[in-house]
Design a protein around this ligand. Sequence first.
Ligand code: SF4
Length: 248
Amino acid sequence: MSASATNARLTAVADIANDTALTVRARRLAMQYSSAEALEILRVAITDEFKGRIALVSSFGAESAVLLHLAAQIDKDIPVVFLDTEKHFAQTLSYRKKLAAQLGLTNVIDIHPNKDEVAARDPKGDLWKRDADACCTLRKVEPLGDALNEYDAWITGRKQFHGGGRINLPAFEANATHIKVNPLIRWDKEAIDGYFAENELPAHPLTAQGYPSIGCWPCTHPAGADDDIRAGRWRGAAKTECGIHGLR
Ligand code: SF4
């Protein structure tokens, strides 16, 4: 076997070993904290298991204030990664500033798509019309993948009641490189609304206009009262997720 083939094999074996270790760790944590409250899950993740090596990824969307408020009770300096796709509603950008200031979050990091890649792959800014998956890869998946290189784990706001592939989400899960922490899996709409009211959290300005889930402006539409909460995302397309949760 050539030296390069041997190296490739060793790398592959190391990858498998790493993946297994992460998977085992995530399963252990998911079992250990299967009935824990969101705040306890966050406390364990931020101050113990992944201390100094964890970020919270937030869209500053309709429900984001809950997770950010909980995390701020533990560590106001936690890195909060905001994917600025450069396709957000102006209301989201102003809400991101207002909410971060109100919660005292001191380390919100705005991540942008790579300028050279945008110039080469989406020079007119209309890739979303032709190939939404390619647009999400360029504006979300790749920038987040780069940003997460310096962390071992990241926190998401996904919830089981959102449906689709989220129905059976555990509180901790692993991909090939990171552990994802999902403290809000068991929260439903009523719990979220109650938390907003109890803590006097500001609503995203677009929720009053019928947007229950908010992403980029080209791919987000209002939804009816009886619709699935994510019905307004990529309306009319088979696409239901942007791809960041498929990161390897
Ligand atoms: S949500 Fe739409 S505009 Fe935003 S990155 Fe994905 S395809 Fe592009």
